[in-house]
Design a protein around this ligand. Structure first.
Ligand SMILES: *Cc1c(COP(=O)(O)O)cnc(C)c1O
Length: 362
């Protein structure tokens, strides 16, 4: 064994290559590059997969979050609750609407937003739980607070909580089809999911220059659409997503078994009622940077998600929250280590990762 990548997109491409080639040939022939019938077909398929009424394809996951917030009426002067332990885009989308992200620390074991620390104020206009690493947040504890819930489901396509699929747990949800996500396009893409016809219509309006009909623009909007070529890729991959997620679950169980006798490595904790889809398999170790260096030296593409909590990034220095503001998120940021995980990973690859990890920690 000489190397194990963090993700292996080529293995997925091989499986869908023929279908994508046929689908793309059709798009090239008809030249319906924007808004082709393949886009609405994918939107229906992904809505059905997620168990919600409406899906609106957009240009990327960050736009999906921003458009969902704007559809909820979020703007300058408002506040939105966001976990401190997430990818920057969750907070970035809030800031782009002119609203302020109000950060909340994460729970020590699951690393998900600590819902017991969420406080509602007069300016709170949305709560944004993130289904981090492929595991849904305990959204039901936020739903009774009287403020709309926007799920950040970018890492959780197909994940379930008490049998309900991510995207259907709140009022509206945003997801990303960035190439490395469980359902990844061949470029940037994203979608908004919702059970509300009004919210879906508003997102569609905002993403199409605020235009309900050609050359009518009652509202100031954006250009944020799902390309037809990407819709072809996403439909082909969606047909395989359930099987891929099952393979990820098996790989995650194997890591957990292989690491069960290694007390120096804290393996992921799954919240009761959750069926994760293991976008990432995140362990925790002491002396993480040295361990990561040794994995890299052995050809293992381990990563860190994420090395810096939201508030300690320069982009959010205006929040005025320095070190000590979110102690759990800050402490775990120095311990997190994402091991390679993708549907096609082999037992031999996983054993190599674990053997190398064991040598590095001792
Ligand atoms: C990937 C991701 C996003 C942003 O998606 P893009 O398509 O890259 O804009 C937002 N939130 C989370 C949690 C993500 O992982």
């Amino acid at each position: 064994m000489t190397s194990v990548p963090l993700v292996d997109l080529a293995a997925q491409q091989e499986q869908v290559a023929d279908e994508v080639a046929v689908g793309w040939a059709e798009v090239l022939k008809t030249t319906a590059f924007v808004g082709g019938p393949q886009v609405s077909a994918f939107e229906s398929e992904f809505a059905a997969f997620s168990g919600v009424e409406h899906c609106v394809g957009v240009a990327n996951g960050t736009d999906a979050l921003e458009l969902a917030l704007r559809a909820l009426g979020v703007g300058p002067g408002d506040e939105c609750v966001v976990p401190a332990n997430t990818f920057i885009a969750t907070a970035e989308a809030v800031a782009r609407t002119g609203a302020t992200p109000v950060l909340v620390d994460c729970v020590e074991d699951t690393l998900l937003i600590d819902v017991d620390q969420v406080r509602i104020g007069p300016k709170t206009k949305a709560l944004i739980p993130v289904h981090l690493y492929g595991q849904t947040a305990p959204v039901e504890k936020l739903r009774d607070l009287g403020v709309p819930v926007l799920e950040d489901a970018a890492q959780a396509q197909g994940a379930r909580r008490h049998g309900v699929t991510a995207g259907g747990l709140g009022d509206i949800a945003a997801t990303s089809f960035y190439p490395g996500k469980n359902l990844g396009a061949y470029g940037d893409a994203g979608a908004v999911l919702t059970g509300s016809a009004e919210l879906a219509a508003q997102v569609r309006l905002l993403g199409a220059h605020g235009s309900p009909r050609k050359y009518e623009h009652p509202t100031l909007g954006f250009n944020s659409r799902l390309d037809t070529l990407q819709a072809v890729v996403l439909s082909a991959k969606l047909r395989r997503l359930e099987a891929w997620n099952t393979a990820r679950r098996e790989a995650a169980s194997r890591y957990t078994a292989l690491l069960s006798e290694v007390p120096e490595v804290r393996t992921p904790v799954v919240l009761d009622g959750n069926e994760p889809v293991w976008h990432l398999y995140v362990v925790r170790v002491a002396d993480r940077d040295r361990v990561l260096g040794e994995l890299h030296a052995a050809g293992i593409g381990a990563g860190i998600h994420y090395p810096t909590p939201v508030h300690l990034n320069g982009a959010f220095s205006s929040l005025g929250q320095g070190i000590g503001a979110f102690p759990v998120a800050e402490r775990v940021a120095g311990e997190l280590l994402s091991l390679p995980l993708f549907p096609e990973i082999t037992q031999a690859q996983q054993e190599y990762v674990v053997e190398t990890l064991k040598k590095a920690i001792r």
